[in-house]
Design a protein around this ligand. Sequence first.
Ligand code: PA5
Length: 430
Amino acid sequence: MLKVDISNVWGDLSLSDMLAAEPEVFSAHKTLAEGRGEGSDFLGWLNLPTFEQTEELRRIQRAAKQIRADSDIFVVIGIGGSYLGPRAAIELVKGQNHNLKDADPQIFFAGNNLSTRAWQELCELLEGKDFSINIISKSGTTTEPAIATRALRWMLERKYGAEKAKKRIYVTTDPANGALRRMAQDEGYESFVIPPDVGGRYSVLTAVGLLPMAVAGISPMDVMLGAARAKKELDLRSFENPAWQYATMRNLLYRRKKSIELLCCYEPRFRYFAGWWQQLFGESEGKDGKGIFPATAEFTADLHSLGQMIQQGERNIFETVLRFSPPQKKTLIDGDWKNLDGLNYLEGKSLDFVEEQAFLGTLSAHVDGGVPVIILQADDIDADTLGELFYFFELSCGISAYMLGVNPFNQPGVEFYKKNMFQLLGKPGY
Ligand code: PA5
């Protein structure tokens, strides 16, 4: 089970501060669990994890098997909550270079930007390849994925003919509403459901995340089992609950002017998971003139870029460091009789031992420098841990946002740029 170590925040906070916050975190958790808070129409994610194979999971597995059999490339179209979750999952479990391995189809993401260069690069990659697409959009009207969808559908039809192309188009959207649902019905595309009471950034444990994961060779059932275990374990109403500790500490630190949370990890494959976390907390909490700014860092690389700022810049940062269990297969550092690089003092040491010392050294430097550090300790990186982490952060975010006094489930601010863009583009009605 995920553990939270809060022993490195005590310079800034005391145990009595934490205990004094108990009624508040209790009430936030209760409000969330009982659906009595703002945005309570969007609590479907709370009960997505399941110990059972559902029909939807079976269909996801069947579709994934088909895609793995008939496609060299699988293009996942979506943005925001319809993009970051699947990418986070695939890169964390399969690694950043998963597309260079032969066993699975290559997976590319589209519709998450408006870059002509990115689009043209994707077209080149698809040249001469068999491919399928998964269009993910809850509303079915988001501009970036809609543009990519129009072009990719056309490419499929041109390549395979209209009827065969239909077998390569998978839609994940609202069960009844929106342009994409209509398109799936009219064209007869295989489709999956984003339940109406699950918002985009809380949707990774629906087909939004599970179909791309299954295509990548990650068992959706294992992910669900990890999430279901987390759901059970995190139902505790006491400070033994890791979600309570995390939600409380970040709020208490925020009240002490620590307005930036830096989520750090020593695994490069964590980068998109950090992006998913950033959207989850950023869109859920950044409103009404409030909110902890969610920033991310990849250590040790960013110790050589952001390290100076963290150590001696404005003291408005706290860190949350996510640690995974050490890898089971070790890599040892060789000796070199000439020792020209002066590294023989590390001879025979494992790389993860060196990484551990980097973590410990950084921890004490940052704490000494006035940066409180929350440590999250997870198990090894696998599908089960992935499910656990998704659920842990979603629950913590819901509790934390209610402690902050905001609605975690809306994102009114996101509409402003769209309105301006639509006016500029001359969209009817704007
Ligand atoms: O969290 C959210 O609700 C948003 O980030 C959406 O996921 C994002 O705007 C994409 O929306 P849609 O899935 O409707 O295309």
